[in-house]
Design a protein. Structure first.
Length: 680
């Protein structure tokens, strides 16, 4: 039965109305007879439209049964007529429908005057349908471009295509074979055994790039399940081969490590004819295969040339460390010797490796005369060892004992400062006349009342009549000495007395940053008058006038405000009590949407520099003290009763967490002065 739609279609075909056909035909759902009337039409433009619609039908993913696809394939013309665009569409149709045209003739595209782009498409269609074409097609740019645009998912015979490319003898085609084999493996079209066999077969080709790529593929995790025979790799690691094809040697070394050939890696390490870089890399890779019994041999090899093998030996030991193989006591002297010889080895890595033998490491490091030139490096290793948490070792005491007799005390004083060893205060004070700058840096971290007395005497501030004279050794560093004295002085009366002796026109910068703080008695009175039911108002009042001593109170108030906000967002929660002067919700800080703007702004400006604890001077702040004391950065976890929502709310309000290093007197994980922590 003929419908009205069919009549309109046939009428449009008879009139060659391309515009109507383009707008009314739904190609994916049309039967083959529709395309037949278009493709065999006498009008060239209509035939071109038929090919385009057929390509849309074939590429839509709506594949019919075998008979329907064979019928569509029979519709393809065997002659190239029309513009190059039509020939290009026809080439893509032959590429998709080629398997259904077995035994049928293809167009003679090689003799036609076609653009290069169209010729590449036709050759690609032939390759995907009949990979044996590679044997007859001359090697050249046309073939290379056709193969470059080929993917294994489009190939009708993927295994045969990979085999033909690999056996072609052309490096470009062999590289393409490896690429298609990898694609087929990942797509599930080729079995791992086939890809493995093809990759091994490519190890004998002339191209170094192809061999390196094949070795790289054989180093992938899927290929290491079945280890390669060790005899395949030594030819690539011979001295002559390494010189001519270094990229192949690197890939072969990585493959040896991935397939567990530790003996081959040891041969590379011990071969003096090989390049140093390859031997170093071999030692690094051996760490993933060796065990504790290999440590002695490797450290002995590294000890013969520590500048060459020092770093790789530490990397080797790290590989063992990750797998639970730790050095024993007899290995420690040789490992420490490598670290002393090669200063490019990070001290903390050596301390990490030797932590299980830290007592032996400590004895080896301190067993040196005071005038030994290696003391700066030894001190760096000792400080790194202390940073690992070796609190039972008397590292600070050992450094203090050597300090008086050290010809160059600077590194020792720096180590004492880093360790914050307060018991060394007297020894450091004794060196103040001979090394004032380094001693002041150390006293800044460990100084106490004795340091205050010594600095007051040295700066001529002990005399009440103001006739004191600055000691000669402090004249060049008088500003630094005044800053240390100021921050170590806790008594307000002594601070006021010191302030009267300072020259306003020559005021040290760090003292100037601490001036202008409120009176502590007034702050205590202000803190006692806080209204519990109005945490926002109390927070703003206290933050506007507070100092570092009020940070705990500000932290508690800010946490209460955040807790109310978090509770209001829970199901059934009540609206938070906001101060009448607070901004509406639409004006809350966008990056701190859980904290009202007023509370955030008040907490951001609270805590002036006055009264900053001495331990905070370990690292001089890069920003003003008022900025570095913001309490809202580190009060998110202030107590066991704080709910998770409150903690999350407070932490979300922090945009600039503290960056200074934790010091004694602060919480170890975040270095806060409020006794709270945001990382536990």
């Amino acid at each position: 039965m003929t419908t009205t739609a069919d009549e309109h279609f046939h009428d449009a075909v008879r009139r060659a109305d391309v515009d109507w056909l383009t707008s009314h035909l739904d190609a994916p759902f049309r039967p083959p007879a529709v395309f037949e009337g278009l493709i065999r039409h006498e009008d060239a433009l209509t035939r071109h439209l038929g090919l385009v619609l057929l390509a849309e039908r074939v590429g839509s993913g709506r594949t019919g049964d075998h008979l329907e696809m064979a019928h569509l394939a029979e519709l393809l013309p065997v002659s190239l007529e029309g513009p190059p665009e039509a020939a290009l569409v026809l080439a893509r149709l032959y590429e998709r429908l080629g398997p259904y045209r077995r035994g049928l003739r293809w167009p003679s595209w090689r003799t036609a005057a076609l653009p290069a782009r169209v010729r590449i498409a036709w050759l690609r269609a032939e390759l995907l349908n009949d990979p044996a074409v590679i044997r007859k097609e001359p090697a050249g740019e046309l073939l290379y471009q056709a193969v470059r645009e080929t993917t294994v998912t489009c190939a009708h015979l993927p295994e045969q295509l990979v085999n033909e490319l690999a056996d072609s003898g052309e490096p470009v085609l062999q590289a393409a074979a490896l690429r298609l084999a990898r694609q087929g493996l990942h797509a599930g079209l080729l079995a791992p055994a086939l890809v493995r066999a093809r990759a091994i077969g490519l190890l004998d080709v002339r191209s170094a790039d192809v061999v390196a790529a094949a070795l790289g593929e054989l180093s992938e995790p899927w290929a290491t399940l079945d280890p390669l025979p060790q005899e395949l790799l030594p030819p690539f690691l011979a001295a002559d081969s390494v010189i001519t094809r270094p990229e192949v040697a690197d890939a072969a070394l990585a493959a040896a490590a991935r397939h567990g050939h530790g003996g081959l890696l040891r041969q590379v390490i011990d071969d003096p004819d090989l390049p140093p870089g390859l031997r170093r890399r071999g030692m690094e890779l051996l760490g993933d295969l060796a065990d504790r019994s290999d440590i002695g041999a490797v450290t002995d090899t590294a000890g013969r040339d520590p500048l060459l093998f020092g770093g790789p030996a530490v990397t080797f030991l790290h590989g063992l460390h990750r797998r639970g193989h730790f050095p024993d006591g007899p290995h420690v002297p040789s490992i420490v010797g490598l670290a002393l010889a090669d200063h490019s080895i990070p001290a903390h890595e050596v301390a990490t490796i030797l932590f299980t033998s830290r007592r032996v490491m400590f004895r080896v490091l301190v067993d040196a005369a005071a005038d030994d030139a290696s003391w700066p490096r030894r001190l760096a290793l000792l400080v790194a060892l202390a940073g690992q948490g070796a609190g039972e070792l008397p590292i600070g005491d050992a450094i203090t004992r050597v300090l008086p007799s050290a010809p160059v005390p600077g590194p020792f004083l720096d180590a004492i400062r880093a360790l914050r060893h307060a018991d060394a205060e007297d020894a450091v004070l004794a060196l103040l006349p001979s090394a004032p700058a380094a001693a002041l840096d150390a006293l800044e971290a460990i100084g106490g009342h004795r340091t205050v007395t010594a600095l007051r005497d040295g700066l001529g501030l002990a005399a009440e009549d103001g006739t004191g004279v600055i000691a000669p050794h402090l004249r060049a560093v008088r500003h630094g000495a005044l800053e240390v004295l100021w921050h170590l002085t806790d008594d307000p009366s002594q601070r006021r007395a010191l302030l009267t002796r300072l020259d306003p026109l020559d005021l040290p910068a760090r003292i100037a940053a601490d001036l202008g703080g409120p009176d502590e008695q007034e702050l205590a009175f202000l803190t006692s008058r806080l209204v519990p039911d109005e945490p926002m108002a109390a927070l703003c009042r206290l933050a506007a006038h507070g100092s570092a001593s009020t940070l705990p109170a500000v932290a508690d108030l800010l946490l209460r405000v955040v807790a109310e906000l978090a509770a209001s967002r829970e199901p059934g929660g009540t609206a938070p009590r906001l101060d009448h002067a607070d901004r509406p919700r639409s004006q809350w800080c966008p990056r701190k949407s859980w904290t009202p703007y007023t509370a955030w702004a008040a907490a951001s400006t609270s805590g002036g520099g006055s009264g900053r604890p001495a331990c905070s001077t370990r690292r001089r702040p890069r920003r003003p003290a008022t900025h570095s004391s913001r309490p809202w950065r580190w009060i998110c976890w202030s107590g066991p009763d704080c709910r998770a929502a409150s903690r999350r709310s407070c932490w979300n309000s922090c945009s600039d967490p503290p960056t200074h290093i934790p010091v004694r007197g602060f919480t170890a994980c975040c270095g806060t002065a409020t006794g709270t922590c945001a990382s536990t």
